[in-house]
Ligand binder design. Structure first.
Ligand SMILES: [Zn+2]
Length: 330
């Protein structure tokens, strides 16, 4: 066993001469920017210790060989991949590749990927994908999590949605990008629901119980749900509730007229979307509702008047401002 901690990054002369190498007790970072290599290495150690304490309730010993982290700083959304193999309960052949903006890497990609390594050295076996990705995504920045929640919501009740009994046992990723995104979204949503209820360490114990017995028993023992379908339905109900509450709080009147092309476009494109969110839109012909139109000071078509709990809160000309308005007030 040897530990190397170099305080200054070394220039690597083999391979790509412009790549710096920075070693910490458990990681060795390869990056073109020497300062960023140090930041990544320190962040990886920080999250390794933090995750171990928060998820496992204890520190994990240093690894025999460090996990390489290959960093590619690019001006694109963050992404990462960590690979390793298991042999007789040991982890071998670590390799982590990460890319993104410096901020995306620090806020989301590194905490995510490092949790995979902490889980690998704790469980010493491949985890079901939904749980591994769901937990790792739980450590990402809120802005990233929001994307996953939205997608989980979008696919609900559609063909794209992965049935719970399949989701829980998937050991591999789906073979298309859309499927992978859905797996992440649904996995994260279910994991977040469970972790928010009883914390990170209970989630780890739940995974151990599921491995020893089965999912239904694990859900019952750790979360009090009789089986996986009931747990998933409960997760789903919590997810959709805020939106239903928003919907019932609001009422929208839309003023239209016979020769209004934009009114017609909105009726075909926007109203179905609002309806899908549970928002009720009352359509009023301007000429036939002159008194009300004058009272509401309608001067162009279409015009939307929004009421919250019966109180008029806005007059809008652009239909797309409706959803942003409701989002802001939510
Ligand atoms: Zn991941």
């Amino acid at each position: 066993m040897r530990y190397l901690l170099l305080l200054l990054p070394l220039l690597l002369f083999e391979g790509d001469a412009s790549t710096f190498e920075y070693r910490t007790p458990n990681f060795v970072v390869f990056c073109r920017d020497s300062y960023f290599a140090v930041e990544v290495g320190e962040a990886a150690e920080h999250y390794r210790a933090k995750h171990a304490k928060e998820w496992l309730g204890k520190a994990i010993p240093n690894w025999y060989s460090p996990c390489p982290i290959r960093v590619n700083v690019i001006n694109e959304a963050g992404a990462g991949a960590t690979t390793f193999s298991f042999e007789q309960g040991e982890v071998f052949g670590w390799d982590m590749q990460i890319q993104g903006t410096p901020q995306g890497l620090m806020d989301s990609v590194i905490p995510h990927e490092v949790l995979h390594t902490v889980f690998a050295s704790h469980f010493r076996r491949p985890l079901p994908r939904w749980a591994d990705e769901g937990a790792a995504t739980y450590e990402e920045d809120e802005s990233e999590k929001q994307h996953h929640r939205q997608l989980a919501h979008q696919v609900a009740g559609t063909e794209q949605q992965i049935p719970i009994r399949r989701l829980l046992v998937m050991k591999e990723y789906p073979d298309n990008m859309g499927g992978i995104a859905v797996l992440y979204a649904q996995g994260f949503y279910l994991a977040e629901f469970l972790i928010d209820r009883k914390g990170r360490q209970e989630f780890v114990k739940f995974l151990e119980t599921a491995h020893r017995t089965d999912w239904d028993r694990a859900f019952e023992k750790h979360y009090g749900f009789k089986n996986q379908e009931i747990a998933y339905t409960a997760a789903w109900r919590e997810h959709s509730q805020p939106e239903q509450q928003v919907a019932s709080r609001y009422e929208i009147k839309m003023f239209t007229g016979p020769n209004c092309r934009r009114c017609e476009e909105d009726r075909q494109k926007v109203l179905p979307l609002l309806k899908a969110k549970g928002l009720i839109v009352e359509i009023l012909d301007y000429d036939r509702n002159l008194d009300l139109a004058r009272k509401e000071n309608v001067i162009g078509l279409p015009t939307y008047i929004i009421y919250e709990n019966g109180k008029r809160i806005a007059k809008l000309r652009e239909s797309h401002s409706i959803s942003s308005l409701l989002k802001r007030r939510h």
